[in-house]
Design a protein around this ligand. Structure first.
Ligand SMILES: Cc1cc2nc3c(=O)[nH]c(=O)nc-3n(C[C@H](O)[C@H](O)[C@H](O)COP(=O)(O)O)c2cc1C
Length: 179
């Protein structure tokens, strides 16, 4: 096809950047963190498996490897400031549970916590962890999932005209979906 330009490899993932941005929560003993993650996807229908990609150095990865569990929380656009904060500072140095302004509540299926102000969350146990380049792909088996009662419309999909999830375009650029 004519008229196409080559995209630098460093930006290639932006062509298929998945959405929405999620907040991964993980804890092991007294240690806990909240981390912003844009790279994730469903990978199996049954069992229900989802994958997240975490850089080797993430504190979140360390806690997930130790606890073998994590939670995927779905924030909304009005929380962009908090989402950026959780994606900027490491839980190694900052108490994000206190500083980010979210309310932590205990999960029902795993020994971890979720963020009450997010519109949905999935509680996962680790299925597998695979090295890939400079990240590790953590595949989680979803043990249970919860959402605000009005998140889905009559068609059983997210009502994007009412609920604005955060989509990461790259760098400091974000967007929302609309029909
Ligand atoms: C919009 C956005 C998306 C991000 N996506 C990812 C991601 O997919 N994987 C990853 O490892 N880090 C990602 N990060 C970076 C981590 O969220 C960030 O390094 C965070 O401070 C890690 O916290 P932790 O050390 O407590 O795990 C993202 C950051 C932002 C702002």
């Amino acid at each position: 096809m004519s008229g196409k330009i080559e995209i630098p490899l460093k930006d290639a993932h932006r062509l298929i950047n998945p959405g929405p941005v999620v907040l991964i929560t993980a804890q092991y003993g007294e240690k806990a963190t909240i981390s912003t993650v844009a790279w994730h996807m469903p990978v199996s229908s049954w069992p229900k498996l989802v994958a997240i990609s975490l850089a080797f150095k993430r504190f979140t990865l360390e806690l997930i490897e130790q606890s073998q569990s994590f939670t995927i929380n779905v924030p909304v656009y009005s929380q962009l400031k908090q989402v950026t904060f959780c994606g900027t500072y490491s839980g190694r140095n900052v108490d994000k549970l206190t500083e980010a302004g979210y309310t932590s509540k205990p999960c029902s299926s795993i020994d971890s916590f979720f963020l009450d102000e997010c519109v949905a969350h999935m509680e996962c146990s680790v299925h597998s962890i695979t090295d890939t380049g400079d990240h590790k792909i953590v595949v989680g088996e979803v043990k249970s999932a919860f959402a605000d009662e009005h998140l889905f419309n009559e068609q059983g999909v997210i009502d994007i005209n009412r609920v604005h999830l955060i989509h990461h375009l790259g760098g400091t650029h974000f967007g929302i979906l609309r029909t």
